[in-house]
Design a protein around this ligand. Structure first.
Ligand code: GRF
Length: 209
């Protein structure tokens, strides 16, 4: 089992990044290490979390590039330059194109705060996901970790966990419960499985040994 270099991509508060840093410190990823954190926005709290844990933190701002293709190439080049084996999207809100998938095929994990294929795809991010789940009246929602492919939120599913929806939930209360009961558990678990070379992808599905 080779040691992996992990990059975590963020755009906000970084509570999922925090769960990864804490899991790493508990030894969950073996010899593999989060070697950098990249934010698409300057000044976000996730950057401070990285620094507090001694992890190199960088800003690659979308606004500094003319289009998605230029941004995607810069991001892929940056990550390749740091010998990254696994890219984890933890609340990364900036779109990149297929150049990233080509450079890191089935090596990019994303966490989505719903049970894919429900409430996913274009426009379903942040609180919008939970607003849609409440509007539909679903009794369970949850979180999904999946590999990123060129089609939004459609890559092979790695792990899912269901969370109950309560009648008096607001988008904020549902978001909080899904984070606490699913996201912060599921994302480190998926990273651990990847680091242990236990995930294989075949015909659009994953198999976990
Ligand atoms: C999470 O709900 C995650 O599922 C979604 O964006 C949010 C990020 O939160 N993709 P945080 O920055 O990790 O606190």
């Amino acid at each position: 089992m080779a040691k992996k270099n992990i990059a975590v991509l963020v755009s906000g508060g970084g509570t999922n990044l925090q769960s990864l840093l804490d899991s790493q410190e508990k030894g969950m990823f073996g010899e593999s290490r989060i070697t950098c954190v990249v934010s698409s926005k300057p000044g976000v709290y996730a950057l401070q979390r990285a620094k507090q844990h001694g992890v190199d933190a960088f800003v690659l701002a979308r606004g500094d590039y003319p289009d998605i293709a230029a941004y995607s190439k810069a991001l892929a080049d940056f990550l390749s330059g740091r010998q990254i084996d696994l890219v984890v999207l933890a609340g990364f809100l900036t779109i990149f194109d297929e150049q990233m998938f080509e450079r890191f095929p089935y090596r990019i994990l994303n966490i989505h705060p719903a049970l894919i294929p429900s409430f996913c795809g274009k426009g379903y991010y942040g609180l919008h996901v939970h607003e849609a789940a409440l509007a539909k009246g679903v009794k369970v929602s949850g979180a999904t970790v999946h590999f990123v492919t060129p089609e939004c939120d459609a890559g092979p599913i790695v792990l899912q966990k269901a969370v109950e929806v309560r009648e008096d939930d607001t988008p904020e209360s549902l978001q909080k419960r899904i984070m606490e009961q699913a996201e912060w558990i599921l994302l480190p678990e998926a990273v651990r499985l990847f680091c242990e070379d236990r995930i294989t992808v075949k015909d659009g599905r994953t198999y976990i040994q």
